[in-house]
Design a protein around this ligand. Structure first.
Ligand code: COA
Length: 260
């Protein structure tokens, strides 16, 4: 449906969220940002969902950026509001209590790369192109891209992408650490499914703690980060999943984790 900016579908414990504006290469307008924010809020609170896969509809794009038509006439104040709206979504995704995989099926440009970088893992088709082309519009990244790219891939890559504005191939993005994996386009869905199934069978509370310590540790001094890791490590001993995981290892069987 063209007037539905996103679609949501469950395959067992795997929730698929798809940006659904293929005619506009899935560009993020305000309505799409809000719909995504709601969808991730729901996925966060739904115990049946163990992992989320985010992608874009159609054969060409993951997301080709913030909606340029919607941005073109914004005032400075509204421009700032639009940025804050996008940043709110990215933070919602980044702080999800369960893993989110970006399945980059085509262009991930501007807000599209920012969206992918807010996810916890990124798998890209070998045909995908990623970049921060805002400079070509007289703009800069506004959904957290400058900050996340810097943390993900360092200063050299950030300045290269943001100053030059040229898209790079999936393979180069892999070299720079911007994506985790690259798959042949025809195998992207199957490879993503494998990743998602592995995460869905993993221990939910330990996954959550991992996401948490990485989010917190990325922003604090090492002593604080180490203390937080120890606290979370200790907490795992209060979970049934930890007993199940260690027992299953000793009994040479597969663990069945229930998130308790
Ligand atoms: N915002 C709004 N609309 C967008 C868009 C965006 N970021 N990206 C693509 N579209 C729209 C186009 O305007 C076009 O709409 P139309 O058919 O109504 O004219 C449609 O999507 C298809 O895009 P088109 O440019 O014709 O496809 P292409 O294959 O020739 O080029 C791209 C693909 C990705 C190279 C090109 O669309 C592009 O450069 N997009 C903008 C990327 C960008 O600067 N993103 C950062 C925004 S801050």
């Amino acid at each position: 449906m063209t007037d539905t900016p996103i679609t949501v579908a469950d395959h067992g414990p795997i929730r698929h969220v798809t940006v659904n504006r293929p005619d506009k290469l899935n560009a993020l307008n305000a309505a799409t940002l809000d719909a995504l924010h709601d969808a991730f809020g729901q996925a966060a609170g739904d115990e049946g969902v163990r992992v989320v896969v985010l992608t874009g509809a159609g054969p060409k794009a993951f997301v080709a950026g913030a909606d340029i038509a919607e941005m073109a006439d914004l005032s400075a104040t509204r421009g700032r509001d639009f940025s804050l709206r996008g940043q709110r979504l990215m933070r919602r995704i980044e702080t999800m209590p369960k893993p989110v995989i970006a399945m980059i099926n085509g262009f991930a440009l501007g807000g599209g790369l920012e969206l992918a970088m807010a996810c916890h893992l990124r798998i890209a088709a070998d045909t995908a192109k990623v970049g921060q082309p805002e400079i070509n519009l007289g703009l800069i990244p506004g959904f957290g891209g400058s900050q996340r790219l810097l943390r993900l891939a360092g200063r050299a890559a950030t300045l290269e992408l943001c100053l030059l504005g040229a898209p790079i191939t999936a393979e180069r993005a892999l070299q720079l650490g911007i994506v985790n994996r690259v798959a042949p386009a025809a195998e992207l869905e199957a490879e993503t499914r494998k990743l998602a199934e592995q995460l869905a069978a993993s221990a939910p509370l330990a996954l959550r703690a991992t996401l948490d310590i990485v989010n917190v540790g990325g922003e604090c001094a090492i002593e604080e980060g180490l203390q937080y890791e120890s606290a979370q490590f200790g907490l795992m001993f209060a979970t049934e999943d930890m007993r199940e995981g260690t027992r299953a290892f000793l009994e040479r069987r597969k663990p069945a984790f229930e998130g308790r």
